[in-house]
Design a protein around this ligand. Structure first.
Ligand code: CP
Length: 303
């Protein structure tokens, strides 16, 4: 792995290795033995969108690993005044050992990777959220002891989370049904990727079909960052796509629920379902820390 910009560049073995390293960092952290794998190293944390989990888990993770993490709000960089991404990349790559970037366009993280000369990790774009889905896979594997053969469902927008879940779940041998309204389908190249997995992937409009028999159900907000002006239209278009207690009865009796957070209770998930599954949802949030460290440990410390 040279960069982590999307999951389709990884093999199943590479994903398994990331999850194994994350499990090990978690174990060592709980034992009070964080390895200082980033001693003397500096990581740029460049954000052009709000964040709670991604920013703080990476800031704390880099600290636990003995490195320096610098939070860079894109609004405070010359990029906000028109400095090209490729020039920003060539400058940051001369100071930092790695760059983590949350932004809108996937082409911007690709440009950072092309021009910076250092490993680049996506902290989420409009196209993909690889760190989050690696975390989801870690959490499911931790609780179920396996990934291959599990039946997963995603109910919601065919956006960055759905795109990354399709790739991650299928690569790891899971069956996945994605339910989204017409007009909110996942990216065309991701659907093309899914075709090679045959019946293991289904794209449907009826959310009950995604829930039926599921071992794990995923959902995400209906209105992502940057789409706020579409909120009312989206509420109408996604009405009926809520993960509520009635829908959950269609799933396997011990079905897990995962949500990347922040949640909009009463929209994509009810308060009741979120609270009933809070343990596994907030374990998922905790695991962002261990997965972020694992990706940096592999990229910068040869883990
Ligand atoms: N799940 C996630 O990416 O959370 P933040 O937007 O708070 O970083």
């Amino acid at each position: 792995m040279e960069h982590l910009l999307k999951l389709s560049t990884l093999s199943p073995d590479e994903i398994t290795h990331i999850l194994d390293v994350a499990d090990e960092y978690k174990r060592l952290h709980k034992a009070g033995q964080d390895p200082k794998d980033l001693a003397g190293k500096a990581v740029a944390l460049m954000f052009d969108k709000q964040s709670t989990r991604t920013r703080t888990s990476l800031e704390v993770g880099v600290y636990q690993m003995g490195g320096l993490g610098t939070y860079l709000s894109a609004a405070d960089l010359q990029i906000a005044r028109g400095e090209p991404i490729q020039d920003t990349a060539r400058v940051l790559g001369r100071y930092y050992d790695a760059i983590i970037c949350r932004t809108f366009k996937q082409s911007d993280v690709e440009a950072l990777a092309r021009y910076s000369g250092v490993p680049v990790v996506s902290g989420m774009t409009d196209y993909a959220h690889p760190l989050q889905v690696l975390t989801d896979l870690m959490t499911v594997r931790e609780r179920r002891g396996k990934l291959a053969g599990l039946r997963a469902g995603f109910i919601g927008d065919g956006y960055n989370m759905a795109n990354s879940l399709i790739v991650g779940c299928l690569l790891m041998g899971m069956d996945l049904t994605v339910a989204c309204p017409a007009g909110y389908r996942p990216a065309a190249d991701v659907l093309h990727f899914a075709r090679r997995f045959g019946d293991h992937f289904r794209l449907v409009q009826n959310p009950d079909e995604a829930a039926a028999g599921a071992d794990v159900l995923f959902t995400d907000v209906w209105t992502s960052m940057g789409m706020e002006r579409e909120t009312e239209r989206r509420r109408r278009d996604f009405s009926g796509y809520c993960l509520d207690a009635a829908r959950l009865t269609l799933a396997a009796p011990d079905c897990m629920v995962q949500h990347p957070l922040p949640a909009h209770r009463g929209e994509e998930i009810t308060d009741e379902v979120l609270e009933r599954h809070a343990d596994e949802i907030f374990e998922e949030a905790e695991n962002r820390l261990h997965v972020g460290k694992a990706v940096l440990g592999i990229l910068l410390a040869g883990r």
